[in-house]
Design a protein. Structure first.
Length: 498
């Protein structure tokens, strides 16, 4: 598929030629964007050449006496090209994007019929897909022109070979594929190199090298298509089955590999963060223990050192508990016992415990009506959720503020809300905050450390208690984490979710 990614954000580069600069300035004054003005030396000639080829193809195809079977064959190849173009296939180790299998059918149409049929199939397939995706006009023009020129080149190359034996058909398919590839990759490299201000020849070499595998795949399928079509167009339709299977499998395997890479990256981040989180309290405990070895310490200093040991040891215990709990949640070995829980009393106990270790710049408040109903939940799991949410609010409020814990009825359930006035969460990050190992500050730019497990644990525990959890946030203005649980009046017949 012909694409030139990223050019919407490319600025106008100075060439040092006053006349060229003044021309681009005039174009900008007329409403052209900077990158469009910069790409015009490539877009204009390719667009004009492509338009000329399409016009000639329409005239040539209309002038020829095309039978009904020819029209049906061209239409079938055009439909197959459109579908293949709309669903490109990612190929591992190919770094220039997904590979469109539409060129198989475009080359086939050019080799089976003539260059005009190939150009029309290419133009219509690309136009339908690009317009359907609402691409910018310049991109639609360039991509349709690129495909039309490449298809015409494929038809011209295939026409050099005469005969209908298997060897001739294979040679026609190979020459057509090579010609299509040469034009496609050259024009694609031209616009991308221009948009990125890269030297064209080295850029073309890298593009050609990285797309040799798709070329071989497309060429081999084009040979199969031509040989089968020569025997019977109906038999050639059977090629769609293997192509669909390959495309689906390749997309699945590529997606699986991407997930594995992301998990591997998250694992590396997790190890780094856990190492940091372990090292910090261990250093504090070690320092306090070394200080306690001095016999001349007064009682006040000893109490201070022991307090450090206790606090940092508790921090280590929580970290290890979270890691173990996340592992047990993954394996499904966490048992959840649904029972009647005093929601207000439980929340009060968690808030009082958290307030004891609260930083001076923060205040923690609980708003729970005296008549707050009991909920159907696992009391220990509910405490864990509230503790994690409050700790998260404290962690992401480095500048202080107020943290509110609220309980309120909502649609026959009880809703718990933990609201802070901290850093907030960017909109694009909000759908991922409950993913395992996901952290909002992975580079520790604000000094916010964490394993990325707390919110994941909350999500899984709330789910096991038949509830749901979500977040609303505005970057720079704080976040509100909310979750709902069934009321204890509905306890009968509510098993824990698995």
């Amino acid at each position: 598929m012909a694409e030139f990614p990223g050019i919407d954000n490319v600025g106008l580069a100075s060439t040092g030629v006053p006349r060229a600069q003044s021309t681009r300035t005039e174009l900008l004054r007329r409403g052209f964007s900077q990158e469009t003005a910069w790409l015009l030396p490539v877009l204009v000639p390719v667009g004009i050449a492509g338009a000329g080829v399409v016009v000639l193809a329409v005239w040539s195809f209309s002038a020829s006496t095309s039978s009904l079977s020819t029209l049906a064959g061209v239409f079938a190849l055009m439909a197959a090209s459109t579908i293949a173009e709309a669903v490109p296939v990612p190929i591992e180790s190919v770094a220039v994007g997904r590979t469109s299998l539409a060129s198989i059918f475009i080359v086939g149409s050019a080799a089976i019929y003539d260059w005009a049929a190939g150009a029309l199939v290419a133009f219509l397939a690309m136009a339908l897909v690009e317009v359907g995706r609402r691409r910018p006009l310049r991109r639609v023009i360039y991509n349709t022109a690129l495909y039309s020129l490449a298809a015409a080149a494929a038809g011209g190359a295939a026409a050099l070979v005469e005969g209908s034996d298997t060897g001739a058909l294979a040679l026609r398919a190979l020459l057509g594929s090579a010609a299509f590839y040469a034009v496609d990759i050259t024009l694609l490299a031209a616009v991308v190199a221009r948009s990125t201000r890269a030297a064209f020849v080295p850029f073309l070499g890298r593009y050609a090298y990285s797309t040799l595998l798709p070329l071989m795949i497309i060429s081999s399928f084009a040979v199969i298509l031509l040989v089968l079509w020569d025997r019977s167009p109906f038999i050639a339709v059977l090629l769609a089955g293997p192509l669909v299977a390959i495309a689906l499998y390749q997309r699945w395997s590529h997606g699986a590999l991407e997930q594995l890479r992301e998990l591997d990256h998250l694992k590396d981040d997790f190890i780094a963060v856990v190492s940091h989180d372990l090292r910090t309290p261990l250093a504090s405990v070690y320092g306090a223990a070394m200080t306690l070895q001095h016999r001349d310490l007064d009682e006040e200093s000893k109490k201070s050192m022991l307090s450090i040991v206790y606090r940092e040891s508790a921090r280590l215990a929580r970290l290890i508990d979270n890691i173990l709990l996340a592992s047990r949640l993954d394996s499904g070995s966490v048992e959840t016992v649904i029972e009647r829980c005093d929601s207000a009393g439980l929340a009060r106990g968690v808030v009082d415990g958290a307030a004891a270790d609260l930083p001076p710049a923060l205040t923690l408040e609980l708003f729970a009506p005296p008549s707050a109903p009991a909920v159907a939940a696992d009391s220990e799991k509910l405490k864990q959720v509230l503790v994690n949410l409050i700790e998260n609010a404290v962690k992401y409020s480095p500048d202080g503020g107020t943290i509110e814990v609220r309980l309120e009825r909502a649609d026959g359930r009880l809703r718990f809300l933990v609201r802070d006035e901290g850093l907030g969460i960017p909109a694009q990050e909000q759908p991922r905050v409950f993913e395992k190992f996901h952290r909002l500050d992975p580079l520790l730019t604000r000094g916010v450390v964490g394993t990325g497990l707390g919110l994941y644990i909350c999500h899984e525990l709330v789910r096991q208690m038949n509830g749901r959890i979500w977040v609303t946030s505005e970057e720079g203005r704080g976040s509100t984490f909310s979750f709902e649980l069934p009321l204890a009046g509905d306890l009968m017949g509510i098993p824990a979710a698995r």
